[in-house]
Design a protein around this ligand. Structure first.
Ligand SMILES: Cc1cc2nc3c(=O)[nH]c(=O)nc-3n(C[C@H](O)[C@H](O)[C@H](O)COP(=O)(O)OP(=O)(O)OC[C@H]3O[C@@H](n4cnc5c(N)ncnc54)[C@H](O)[C@@H]3O)c2cc1C
Length: 402
């Protein structure tokens, strides 16, 4: 079959793909195709507020056709293979798309196999999480129905889509239980993959204070190994040894994540088990295939992925694609702009206050504004996160204006 040819093919029409396509168009690249089979676009940060009873799915969803930038070609299909030597991608629907420049941003996939029992536990309704969109509307009703017993929350190990935000439904629920007088009758567990929640002292201090104030029992450097919805148990491994949490009334267990397998099959992944795209973490260009670039959750950038990080990645990558004559290979890496690894972790410590941790690749503070100190929980920051950012996202970020 003859390949449909485009200057730039963007795989994935999520936060990364749409923002980049829009920015490229603004910079004068006019033959951009975005491949994505999803017909509904999600502003995913609001899922945390769906899980806290502060938002509905309608607040975060838009038809995908409304977010595809005018002038871009939307290929409503899924990529299943890349042939970097022939400069083509192949889709589930049988299309072959040729490119001069390829941008990979399909996000991360839930790795259900990594946690035996979890698929069945979600199907049963005993487990749900803000990270699995279909299940997010079940989270708040399940949490607010609890009067006693044990409840488990987890933060997913990296790579994960802004994994630290798994703390949001936990801390908002704790405040609700405290206000309604049931917190003392609940045993709340948090399974943390690292020694501390955020790995950044200013943010950790606030989060640890909140966890202690709510009496949350924290299992550190720990991961869920398996769940059993019939037995209502969660098995956890940590340096302290294996432990099974019994009689769990509700499990907010977030799946582990990995990159789509076709990235490794095309020889485009790093050696890591998650199979992320092997790009230079500063220029965002593939280490072996100069016409291929990547950004967003699927790119191996040495950071904790987040939507906030994309603001800078899109800016750098769009300029780099233009600077290399459409990104197809011309120009040396010395001419390219560099991404400093900026990322964000927004955490609600209760139902009306949020703190924002912004760091660079080395984990050093990288605040967007010098004042006020956003690592202190504030009402205004919560209001912006809940109500303001979704407007900025659909009106400016996805239109390549931020
Ligand atoms: C519950 C939750 C809360 C979050 N909260 C925050 C927050 O408060 N702040 C923050 O900064 N970030 C937050 N994030 C993270 C943020 O949403 C992600 O970092 C961001 O969406 C990453 O964008 P992306 O385009 O890389 O991936 P995605 O948004 O996952 O988009 C990937 C797109 O690629 C498509 N795709 C997948 N496979 C293929 C394929 N084979 N072919 C074609 N298309 C494909 C998918 O359909 C999807 O549309 C949160 C994420 C979640 C899940």
């Amino acid at each position: 079959m003859t390949a449909q040819q485009h200057d730039v093919v963007v795989v994935g029409g999520g936060n990364a793909g749409i923002s980049l396509a829009a920015r490229l168009q603004r910079l004068g690249v006019d033959d951009v195709a975005v491949v994505d089979a999803r017909t509904t676009h999600h502003y995913r940060p609001l899922l945390s507020y769906v899980g806290a009873g502060q938002a509905t799915m309608a607040d975060l969803e838009r038809p995908q056709r409304d977010v595809i930038p005018d002038g871009c070609t939307w290929v409503e299909d899924r990529v299943v293979a890349v042939d970097p030597d022939a400069s083509v991608v192949r889709t589930r629907g049988g299309r072959t798309l040729g490119y001069r420049t390829l941008v990979l941003c399909p996000g991360l996939l839930e790795d259900w196999d990594a946690t035996p029992g979890l698929v069945d536990a979600y199907a049963d309704g005993w487990a749900a999480s803000t990270f699995v969109a279909d299940s997010a509307p079940r989270v708040w009703p399940a949490l607010t129905a609890l009067r006693s017993g044990s409840v488990v929350f987890t933060m997913p190990p990296e790579p994960a889509p802004c994994g630290a935000t798994a703390l949001k439904p936990l801390l908002m629920a704790c405040e609700h239980w405290q206000r309604t007088g049931v917190l003392g009758d609940l045993t709340v567990h948090l399974v943390l993959p690292a020694a501390s929640a955020l790995g950044v002292p200013a943010g950790d201090e606030q989060v640890e204070w909140a966890l202690a104030a709510y009496g949350v029992q924290v299992l550190r450097e720990a991961q869920v190994e398996a769940v059993d919805h019939a037995a209502r148990s969660v098995s956890v491994v940590s340096p302290a040894g294996p432990r099974t949490l019994e009689d769990v009334a509700f499990a907010h267990v977030v799946p582990h994540y990995r990159a789509p397998a076709w990235i490794a099959e095309a020889g485009l992944a790093t050696a890591s088990s998650a199979g992320l795209v092997d790009v230079d973490p500063e220029t965002l260009r593939h280490r072996r295939h100069p016409a291929i670039w990547s950004l967003g959750d699927v790119a191996d950038l040495g950071i904790r992925p987040s939507g906030g990080a994309l603001r800078k990645q899109v800016d750098v990558l769009a300029d780099n694609i233009v600077a290399t004559a459409g990104g197809a290979g011309a120009g040396t890496d010395d001419d390219l702009r560099r991404y400093d690894g900026y990322t964000v972790m927004p955490i609600t410590v209760d139902r009306r206050r949020l703190l924002l941790v912004e760091v660079d690749r080395a984990g050093q503070p990288s605040p967007s504004a010098p004042f006020p100190d956003l690592t202190r929980p504030r009402r205004l920051t919560w209001a912006f996160d809940r109500y303001g950012l979704v407007q900025v996202y659909y009106r400016r970020i996805l239109r390549g204006k931020v």
